[in-house]
Design a protein around this ligand. Structure first.
Ligand SMILES: Nc1ncnc2c1ncn2[C@@H]1O[C@H](COP(=O)(O)OP(=O)(O)OP(=O)(O)O)[C@@H](O)[C@H]1O
Ligand SMILES: [Mg+2]
Length: 236
């Protein structure tokens, strides 16, 4: 959360505090550099663009960026706004929370694109824990994780106007690194955890039983629009 906050401050500065607003356009994990104390710095301004001037709402551009991070409306129209960066921030926040990459072809079908996989859980307060990186083993604040998931969901809104400003993201993230209500010491979480383990066992026994047709996916899988846009780069 410290890294997320630091990177959010960088984007907020570019969007809202710099003398001339800048849209960063290539926000992703490999462009966030860390020092020995995990202070984040944004690097790689090769795609950065001056923000719209006067009463213009967007800048028109050739679509450039990275698969899995670019906002869908930007990919479809080439209209760039600061809210495109906010979407990419949501993807990175989701990567941090889940421990998954924005695009991962080695995962099962339906899980290649992180945002598509996560959407069904993002809107549901009660199921947010299913998103969280299992290797954290409960070493996270429950309130903090809940807030961070809600924030990622807002940043990933399909309607760009519904996404928050980066200064609002900073404000939401600021208290999170200090929260102490650790999930591993809560009986509520332990109950959720055993429910999750039971669900996994059920899936396991189904797999080992009679061969059936492929199990129904929990949601309809759609090809990401990002995957068809030529000038976008794939994450390395
Ligand atoms: N000043 C730096 N100090 C340490 N590592 C850096 C520095 N600049 C870049 N890197 C790291 O070097 C690697 C390559 O960076 P580079 O910007 O060339 O590619 P990328 O960010 O993975 O993709 P893209 O070409 O789309 O930006 C990345 O892992 C990045 O985090
Ligand atoms: Mg880079």
């Amino acid at each position: 959360m410290k890294i997320a906050l630091g990177a959010a401050k960088g984007l907020a500065f570019l969007h809202e505090e710099a003398e001339r607003p800048v849209i960063y356009r290539d926000f992703k994990t490999s462009n966030i550099l860390l020092d020995a104390d995990y202070n984040a710095k944004l690097s790689d301004f090769g795609l950065a663009k001056d923000g719209p001037e006067g009463d213009k709402t967007h800048v028109s551009t050739r679509v450039m960026g990275t698969y899995g991070y670019a906002a869908p409306e930007y990919v479809m129209t080439g209209h760039l706004t600061a809210k495109s960066d906010v979407y990419s921030f949501g993807v990175v926040l989701l990567e941090m929370l889940t421990g998954r990459r924005s695009m991962d072809k080695s995962r099962p079908n339906g899980e290649h694109n992180l945002v598509e996989w996560a959407r069904p859980y993002l809107g549901e307060r009660r199921r947010f824990y299913r998103l969280l990186d299992p290797s954290l083993e409960g070493r996270f604040s429950i309130k903090g994780a809940q807030k961070a998931v809600q924030l990622a969901a807002l940043c990933l809104s399909r309607d760009a106007k519904a996404r928050p400003l980066m200064s609002e993201v900073v404000e939401a993230l600021e208290p999170l690194p200090n929260l102490k209500d650790m999930a591993c010491s809560s009986s509520y979480f332990q109950a959720m955890h055993s429910e999750r383990a039971a669900a996994r066992m059920q899936v396991g026994s189904l797999k080992n039983g009679q061969p059936t047709r492929s199990p129904a996916l929990p949601y309809r899988r759609q090809a990401s629009p990002n995957q068809h846009i030529q000038p976008l780069r794939s994450p390395k």
